[in-house]
Design a protein around this ligand. Structure first.
Ligand code: GRF
Length: 215
């Protein structure tokens, strides 16, 4: 097997996608090494998942005086931490703040994000409710490169599903989340093996985006 892909993850919330990465790494199913996790939320369950797995957690939510950290301060510390860990890839695994162009350009490796829609459609928040309100027949999730423009970087992979008549946004969100839990490990495996080259996407050995149907 090729060298594991060294990953730093940024999280804000539940961290179910982080857990999928941790499980795959620990079971030897995924060719990755999570070198550290940065959280901007002291209450995030992702923090517990990180420490329970014995992975280094950098909690950057408040300053020493107890004040909530500004985004600029968060980015300054997060960049220093990433430089220290020196990962091959940064994964935004449910990171809920918008990163500045300066930060994105300063990070010395590609950054990918998981977004709950079939980009370029439905950028931003509340995707499931908006998809249902528009009567879309199809929905899904995307893994894309992070650039300064929100949810607009090159799409690497997508997983599609058909919407069901009468389903609620919560039901749809749960089905999309199950897709995410399959799409993330698949995408990381393809990156680790070189099938997808995130540094120079035109060097990838497959046509991007890779579009998959899971149900
Ligand atoms: C996912 O639905 C992802 O699409 C979005 O944030 C959510 C994170 O969920 N960017 P979790 O924290 O991995 O459970």
């Amino acid at each position: 097997m090729s060298n594991p892909l060294k990953i730093a993850a940024l999280v804000s919330g539940s961290g179910s996608n982080l857990q999928v990465m941790i499980d795959g790494m620990q079971a030897g199913r995924l060719p990755i090494q999570i070198v550290g996790v940065i959280s901007n939320n002291a209450d995030a369950y992702a923090n517990t998942r990180t420490t329970q797995a014995g992975i280094e957690l950098a909690l950057l939510s408040h300053t020493q005086s107890g004040k909530r950290m500004s985004m600029a301060t968060f980015e300054k510390h997060a960049l220093a931490q990433i430089q220290d860990w020196s990962p091959d890839l940064v994964v935004l695994a449910g990171f809920m703040r918008v990163l500045s162009a300066d930060f994105i350009e300063s990070v010395p490796c590609p950054i990918i994000n998981l977004h709950p829609s079939l980009l370029p459609h439905y950028k931003g928040l509340n995707t499931h409710a908006r998809v249902l309100a528009s009567g879309e027949r199809y929905h899904g999730c995307s893994v894309h490169l992070v650039t300064a423009e929100l949810d607009a970087g090159k799409v690497l992979t997508q997983a599609n599903l058909a919407t069901h008549a009468g389903e609620t946004a919560d039901q749809l969100a749960k089905r999309v989340q199950r897709l995410e839990h399959q799409l993330v490990p698949l995408t990381l495996t393809m990156m680790a093996s070189g099938l997808i080259d995130a540094v120079n996407t035109s060097n990838s050995q497959i046509d991007l985006p890779l579009r998959l149907w899971f149900d």
